[in-house]
Write a protein that binds this ligand. Sequence first.
Ligand code: C5P
Length: 304
Amino acid sequence: FAIHYFVPLPMVTILGRAKINLTLDVLGLRDDGYHEIATVMQSLALADTLILTRQEEEITLRVDLPGLEADERNLAHRAAALIQKECGLRGGVHIDITKRIPVAAGLAGGSADAAATLRGMNELYTLGLSDDELCALGAQLGSDIPFSLMGGTVLATGRGERLHRLADFPATVVLLAKPPVSVSTPWAYRSYDEHSSVFHPDNASFMDALEHGDRDRCVRLMANVLEPVTEAAHPVIADYRARMRAHGALCAMMSGSGPTMFGLFAEEQAAADAAEIFRKETDAAVHLTHTIGSDGEQQKSRRN
Ligand code: C5P
């Protein structure tokens, strides 16, 4: 009666989680036009939900957010097409995406959906692809996708696709505030090249602090070299940082190439109060969430 073992599932539901960058350093420009980076990435509870249903050959997509492309331009669609091609798979899929992660925000929302699609297709058609194989496929589509597949707290190097798992960042409440401006990632990296960079995060010390579960020291060492670049074009970044700090954030920083600002808070209530103020006083898209560990669950607080 092991027959069910060989019958692919008709449907899978899978989460695609948002990320923030706890540190982000750019080490140089590569021959392929990408930048060599070293960034500590962190998964958040905030997630899109994807429901994948088997169907004949075709790939179709429904996204609940008007204005977001639901065709071949969508990374989830491209992820399904890549699996079909690489695995010689005839079967198709309908992908239904409930978006919660702000779009074009520096939170890897598109990458999260692509990663969830790769994992979902692997399950849906019992393809037996390993995590390494899924990450290699993901890296073909976008630098953040391997991290989105892995989750937790991770040092990403290369163009972001080389991953090294770290100790989970101590459980922390996270306030996200995305101002109503658009930032293109290629623009941010290009502009970085034109800025003379003044500081770099100390990733080695950050990882040492992380190893000791010392959140306060981690927080003091957090920095993103793209933040001054994006801030120069969008002063709202500085405004949000000041507001978060004034309302009790342990630190306030930009994620990825922005424009989302995140604040880490020691207490849930302080974060909720700050969220309320952002909703009242700014045009930000506001989310209250928390860090997620490598097991996909909220980590128990560790005492420093
Ligand atoms: O890999 P992904 O498609 O997410 O990258 C989008 C763009 O961001 C790239 O085309 C490149 O301009 C820039 N980028 C970069 N260096 C990286 C990652 C992204 O220059 N490490």
